[in-house]
Design a protein around this ligand. Structure first.
Ligand code: C2E
Ligand code: CA
Ligand code: CA
Ligand code: CA
Length: 274
């Protein structure tokens, strides 16, 4: 059946033309959005697992596509990757996030880095450049990297992480446990932090096998002395369990959804007045 499917792909299929046309249109709009600065950032609180106090935010890119409405980064980031737009998109996100976080001295700022950026040998240079330009303290910045690329290029990954760390920024392994995790590499890569994927968190209060999986994953990171953030926390029960299992930092709708910078300002203002 697989062979037949492949053979069919080579025949003319009008639906494929439509797909391609739609993708091209999306790519064109995305290019314009990047050039005209129409992308925005949302910020989601990161909280201390013990006190639930916000001590950082993760920057998440947002695109409101004209005539279409919001498009998920899970849709347009992969397109940016394959169309050569990821570099300018990534530069925009990093610069904007650092600029904005400057006004929040009490917070750390996490920024997602896609494999396409990370793979670029000039990436460290542009991180250095943005740090200098925005004058943010490097130690407040965490770059979140997903594991996909590293497994294929362990040697280069290690070098890239070393170079980034020499700038003073922190490097976190994002979405840990979501795919093919190579535990063996974890320590040698020198990650400052691991972020456990939401898929591992969702059922921990209802499914004992899920809970054990999660516990084992956190225990492993802790055995390597790597602090752990858990993402996707939606209930208080999850928050309590994750703290108990050893996560020191939590993130999820239970604490706060991604929000505009002004709302983070308001939260900080309230706290200063309290
Ligand atoms: P991620 O880095 O794992 O980010 C967390 C995602 O989970 C965000 O989705 C966030 O809104 C969502 N989330 C947070 N808490 C909860 C929760 O309690 N429940 C549920 N159901 N979801 C929660 P978002 O913003 O749609 O981003 C999706 C992915 O797109 C991100 O996953 C990240 O991989 C990528 N992404 C987002 N912004 C950027 C960016 O600026 N650059 C790059 N390269 N990738 C980005
Ligand atoms: Ca992330
Ligand atoms: Ca994640
Ligand atoms: Ca994710």
């Amino acid at each position: 059946a697989k062979e037949a499917g492949r053979a069919r792909m080579t025949l003319y299929d009008p639906a494929m033309d439509t797909d391609r046309a739609q993708r091209n249109a999306l790519e064109l709009d995305l290019r314009m959005a990047i050039e005209s600065g129409d992308l925005t950032l949302a910020y989601q609180p990161l909280v201390d697992a013990a006190t639930h106090e916000m001590n950082g935010v993760e920057a998440l890119v947002r695109w409101n596509r004209p005539g279409h409405g919001p498009v998920s980064p899970e849709v347009f980031i992969p397109i940016a990757e394959t169309s050569g737009l990821i570099e300018s998109l990534g530069l925009f996100v990093l610069r904007k996030a650092c600029e904005t976080a400057k006004q929040w001295p009490e917070l750390k700022i996490s920024v997602n880095v896609s494999p396409g950026q990370f793979r670029n040998p000039a990436f460290t240079d542009y991180v250095r450049y943005v740090l200098k330009q925005t004058e943010i303290e490097a130690s407040r910045v965490t770059l979140e990297i997903t594991e996909g690329y590293m497994i294929q290029n362990p040697q280069r990954t290690r070098q890239s992480i070393e170079r980034l760390k020499s700038l003073g920024v922190k490097v976190a392994l994002d979405d840990f446990g979501s795919g093919f995790s190579s535990i063996g590499y974890l320590r040698q890569f020198g990650f400052d932090r691991i972020k456990i994927d939401r898929s591992l968190v969702t059922d921990i209060t209802t499914d004992s096998r899920q809970r054990e999986m999660l516990q084992a994953t956190v225990a492993l990171a802790r055995a390597l002395d790597i602090p752990v953030t858990a993402e996707g926390i939606e209930t208080e029960e999850q928050a309590i369990a994750l703290r108990l299992f050893g996560c020191d930092c939590l993130q999820g709708y239970f604490f706060g959804k991604p929000m505009v910078a002004d709302q983070i300002n308001d939260l900080l203002q309230e706290r200063r007045e309290a």
